[in-house]
Design a binder for this molecule. Structure first.
Ligand code: GDP
Length: 460
């Protein structure tokens, strides 16, 4: 039963489901003695004699006292998430019951798992590489179709393969140069310098694409930072509330969902739009004071998408155009939106036709909001995106490692141009390999692992 070769074998325990009342909760044990520990509190079949991937009904007992009726699932090493013996106890979803069962398991030889420890063990036991392990956290946090898709792809190894391929090619040259070093003073050249240059330039191009994809990856993972600007009383809060309420209505229609709302995020066609500083926006409508120019500009600088909202009954097309030019010198993606069309005649609305991409709405009546949503999606331009065929970086740690790799490769190229000695070229290549290896975990340090896995929650 003992399979762990490079990791300690204590048996860890944690609740794997969210706390609070639910139909069931799942407590997970992993480690060499997971099955024996579970067996010591379980009354039913002898768990130590059962096959892997079987489920058993019975009770958890504290001596003679029945704590709960449970189902126990067995995963015998190495056929489990962590590749260790794993037991999952499905009990009734009461925090009290969960606490009692965990207490019993601790008394019988398990210890509490630390944050991310299951996934860390899975990584150390070779279940997947580091980038894939990180994708597990992303998958759990995914809250839109796109973030789900990207995390799923990374978990299944799409991103890792690309990094490993680049690294493999570089390793080949590194070993050739190291070989030349072995020959010392003799004038041998195993590594064709022109080929090496071509390879490095190619890898740099791929890294640039990957780094560029982070812009998109970040948007997918964290949402598009969006800001609504406009004069006081233009209807900004009315619009935002309308958009948020529509979303909530959809979610709360699903019976039994007890989701917490993240107040100022809406999800349209799989894309999350995150509204910046909207609490402040509500505040200013109370005070009926103009948002200071500086503050508006600051908000704009944090956003990737601007909704400029104006009251069509209060302002002329010429004034709107002037405002647009002033607000958006950097030409960020912007949607001009005319509000309160319920108060304006068709002739009046027509006078605004010259404004590019104008959307006309009534926030109060909820008119044309679908057009506005469509415009938002089109601005982000994800609609056309085929993320299946593209590798997208979503993780800041990976960006950092890619940047370091890029610099080391640049140094290698410069070194080659200057004709520096082989050992220095070899050192630069090694540095590039090190940074690339950090992404997938071919190179790891305890600090790096701690950094990653302590961000996971307990039980993951
Ligand atoms: P903000 O200062 O830009 O946040 O504007 P508010 O959302 O507080 O709206 C200012 C006023 O305009 C409120 O009295 C709203 O009820 C009203 N209002 C907002 N949208 C519309 C609309 O589409 N039509 C009409 N007639 N009134 C609106």
């Amino acid at each position: 039963m003992l399979i762990n070769t490079y990791y300690n074998t204590d048996t860890i325990v944690a609740v794997a489901t969210a706390s609070g009342m639910g139909a069931i909760a799942v407590i997970r044990l992993s480690g060499a003695n997971a099955i024996t520990v579970a067996n010591s509190v379980f009354k039913g079949k002898d768990l130590t004699k059962q096959a892997s991937h079987t489920i058993h009904f019975g009770t958890i007992r504290d001596e003679d006292k029945v704590i709960d009726e449970v189902l126990v699932s067995l995963f015998v090493a190495p056929h489990s998430y962590t590749k260790e013996n794993v037991v999952e106890i499905s009990c009734h979803g009461s925090d009290f019951i969960v606490q009692q069962i965990i207490r019993l398991l601790l008394q019988n030889g398990a210890r509490l798992a630390s944050a991310g420890e299951y996934t860390k063990r899975a990584f150390l036991n070779g279940q997947f590489d580091l980038a894939q392990a990180e994708a597990v956290a992303d998958l759990i946090a995914s809250d839109s179709a796109l973030s789900h898709e990207v995390a799923m792809k990374q978990m299944r190894g799409g991103f890792s393969q690309e990094i490993k391929r680049l690294r493999g090619e570089l390793v080949h040259f590194a070993s050739m140069i190291e070989l030349e070093l072995d020959f010392g003073e003799e004038d041998v050249e195993f590594a064709d310098r022109n080929q090496l240059r071509a390879l490095i330039t190619n890898i740099q191009r791929i890294i640039r694409d990957l780094l560029k994809s982070f812009e998109l990856g970040n948007v997918i993972k964290n949402g598009v930072p969006t800001v609504i600007v406009g004069n006081p009383n233009a209807g900004k809060s009315t619009l935002l509330n309308k958009l948020l309420n529509e979303e909530k209505a959809i979610v709360s229609d699903v019976p039994g969902t007890t989701r917490d709302f993240i107040e100022d995020e809406i999800n349209i066609e799989g894309i999350t739009f995150r509204f910046i500083d909207t609490a402040g926006l509500r505040e200013t409508t109370d005070k009926v004071e103009a948002i200071g120019v500086e503050r508006t500009m600051q908000k704009l600088s944090q956003s990737s998408l601007i909704i400029y909202l104006f009251d069509i009954t209060e302002i002329t097309a010429v004034q709107v155009q002037a405002e647009l030019d002033r607000l958006n010198p950097k030409k960020l993606p912007l949607i001009a939106v005319a509000n309160k069309i319920d108060q304006a005649s068709p002739e009046k609305i027509q006078r605004f036709e010259s404004i590019e991409g104008l959307v006309t709405i009534s926030a109060a009546e909820g008119a044309n909001l679908d057009e506005l949503k469509q415009a938002l999606v089109e601005k982000v331009n994800l609609g056309k995106l085929n993320i299946q065929s593209q590798t997208i970086v979503t993780n800041l740690r990976h960006v950092d490692s890619l940047n370091k790799t890029y610099t080391a490769l640049e140094d290698t190229l410069n070194g080659l141009d200057l004709g520096i000695s082989n050992d220095l070229v070899a050192a630069d290549i090694r540095r590039a390999l090190y940074s690339l290896g950090e992404i997938t975990g071919e190179i790891t340090t305890d600090d790096l692992l701690d950094n990653i896995f302590t961000k996971f929650c307990i039980g993951k």
